[in-house]
Write a new protein. Structure first.
Lengths: 339, 276
């Protein structure tokens, strides 16, 4: 069972021993008390996704449809049409791909109030191999009209996102990992708001824009770069991929003129692409790089090894920042307003 | 309530009007899925003019019965039913398929009054209908959900995922029909991808199967009454129908799955409907 400690304002979870999914399951149980309209659905992954915690507590409001994701998202659409608030959980690969047409046509097209909490996102289920990785979901989900896409940094932010989406109308996709990822936030008192990025550290030399597991790694990298290189590194937690906080990107563009994105996702169509759109349309020059899974099917391994392999760990981020800072923009004659 | 002779007489007259409207809609639209629209006219007329607890003045009324036209390409057959039931004016159908019209071939629940669920991609409707029925049961609501499948649609695996779930969750506040007109776009269902033994398949999935003539109000009505009053497990009504029913030159013709008609052909179609 999940451990939790009741705090003064928010429920504070023992985030060091609980996975993202466990925290999600606990929060959903808590919300289920206050919101009798919440129903839960899974496709034989109640245990893995931890929505089973909700099912144990509210068996009448929980539907395990067996291994049939298309049917699950269709049933969720019907339940939403009947006036209920479905939370649907399976792995990211089976949400964004196996059940995609139902997610798009049944849920998004009809703008239904269905919340999808997809676990095992990115390469977080590393050893399982490509069938159980999902490095395409952000690109896919961003392309669905009416959809809101959230990639929380850790379990605490997952809790905040789940709470926030209760009163947020329309379909929401929340992508979390497999668990066991180290936690970044200490509690939920930092003002999570859907569509509003969090600048977790201000800086003037370069901006690192991150989501999911890369937030902690970038924050740690920024500390190292300040101490050893004297660099002022801005770190942004872009937890909401859609709607995107364009303002925070434009501000970083103007104030730092160097931006790198880090994501546990294919470099095409994810966070990096979303940020690149904003930069390109601004008309302003910027040194820009996107770091992610380089358009390939990920090798097998434990997630921490994979994050190192694909340069998403703290040390690799430090190296990438030094490389981008080392570029001499003065050689480019058209670069006149470098900060 | 068993259907009366007077009801059958009135339904027959309403169905005739609806068939005329489907023909006109096909002309206005420039083309439509007319064959499958005509084959389900008796099913839809019976539901909308005898069974459904609905109020066209309050299309979003919470206590209303729900309909999921899983064979969503029947839109040009469905919209005239809704117009005749009073959800909107028949003249609005003149815009069907036109630029910015609320009516496209597959009806949009956010645009067309009376449409509970958007459909069009086959194999989606039964899952949504199961969700609606479970939602009603959970909220202790008495409203029913009706779902109309196509027979070719039952090639889709997701139909059987939904069937498995309907039986597993013992969904008895859902009444499902199959418009068994035996034709799909490329030919006969049994030649393209056979669904037979169809009734046995549904029985094996845990359904009580009623096989009836889909143009016979008495037979359809008896099956619906059974499903509403007696069934302890999900019921499917396999309605044996004729694609293109009522328009002699369209009946059982593969090519009239989707087609266009000019005013001359429309006149022939109208007179065929009048001859009954």
């Amino acid at each position: 069972m999940a451990k939790e400690i009741t705090g003064t304002t928010w429920t504070v979870y023992d985030a060091n021993t609980m996975t993202q999914a466990e925290i999600y399951g606990s929060v959903l149980c808590e919300l289920g008390e206050k919101h009798p309209d919440i129903v839960g659905l899974t496709a034989d992954l109640g245990k893995s996704t931890k929505i089973g915690l909700f099912g144990d507590k509210f068996p009448d409001r929980f539907f395990n449809v067996g291994i049939a994701e298309q049917n699950m998202f269709g049933i969720a659409a019907g339940l939403a049409k009947s006036g209920l608030l479905p939370f649907v959980s399976t792995m990211a690969a089976f949400t964004a791909m196996r059940g995609l047409e139902q997610v798009r046509t049944d849920i998004c097209y009809q703008n239904l109030n269905v919340k999808m909490i997809a676990t095992h996102g990115g390469v977080s289920f590393g050893a399982a191999g490509t069938t159980h990785h999902c490095t395409e979901d952000i690109a896919i989900m961003r392309a669905l009209a009416n959809m809101t896409v959230i990639v929380p940094a850790d379990g605490i932010e997952t809790a905040a996102a789940v709470r926030a989406c209760i009163d947020y109308k329309g379909p929401v996709y929340i992508r979390i990992g497999r668990g066991f990822e180290p936690t970044f936030y200490k509690d939920e008192n930092y003002g999570f708001k859907i569509g509003k990025a969090v600048t977790i550290q201000d800086g003037t030399d370069i901006t690192l824009i991150c989501c999911g597991v890369t937030v902690l790694q970038a924050a740690e990298a920024a500390k190292i770069l300040k101490e050893s290189d004297g660099l002022s590194v801005r770190v942004i937690n872009m937890h909401t991929l859609k709607p995107l906080d364009e303002e925070v990107i434009l501000k970083a563009l103007t104030e730092t003129r160097r931006i790198i994105t880090f994501e546990d996702h294919n470099i095409h169509g994810g966070l990096g692409s979303a940020v690149a759109d904003v930069i390109a349309q601004s008309g302003k020059g910027c040194a820009f790089e996107k770091v992610g899974i380089p358009d390939c099917y990920c090798v097998v391994g434990y997630p921490e090894d994979l994050y190192c392999h694909y340069k998403l760990d703290c040390d690799s981020i430090v190296e990438k920042v030094r490389e981008v800072m080392g570029r001499d923009f003065e050689e480019d004659e058209s670069w006149e307003d470098e900060v | 309530m068993p259907i009366t002779e007077l009801e059958i007489k009135n339904l027959t007259e309403t169905a005739r009007k609806i068939r005329h409207d489907i023909i006109d809609t096909t002309v206005w639209a420039g083309g439509a899925h007319i064959g499958g629209g005509l084959s389900m006219v008796e099913i839809m007329t019976l539901l909308y003019f005898k069974y459904l607890n609905i109020d066209p003045a309050k299309p979003d009324w919470e206590e209303r019965d729900r309909v999921v036209l899983s064979k969503g390409h029947g839109g040009a057959g469905y919209a005239p039913v809704l117009a005749n039931r009073g959800f909107f004016d028949r003249d609005e159908l003149k815009d069907f398929n036109h630029f910015m019209s609320k009516f496209g071939m597959h009806l949009d629940s956010l645009k067309v009054k009376g449409v509970d669920v958007s459909t069009g991609s086959l194999g989606h409707g039964l899952s949504m209908a199961v969700g609606l029925a479970l939602g009603a049961r959970l909220q202790k609501k008495s409203w029913k959900t009706y779902c109309i499948l196509g027979d070719g649609e039952c090639n889709e695996g997701s139909v059987w995922e939904a069937a498995m779930a309907a039986a597993h969750f013992k969904v008895t506040n859902l009444i499902t029909f199959v418009d068994r007109n035996r034709l799909m776009i490329d030919g006969k269902t049994e030649e393209i991808m056979s669904v037979e033994p169809f009734a046995d398949k549904w029985r094996a999935f845990g359904f009580i199967v009623k096989e009836v003539n889909g143009h016979d109000y008495k037979a359809l009505s008896d099956a619906i009454d059974f499903a509403l009053e007696e069934a302890k497990t999900p019921v499917i009504i396999i309605a044996d129908t004729i694609k293109g029913k009522g328009v002699d030159f369209m009946e059982n013709q593969v090519k009239w799955h989707y087609g266009s008609i000019d005013s001359e052909l429309a006149e022939k179609a109208h007179s065929s409907v009048d001859r009954g």
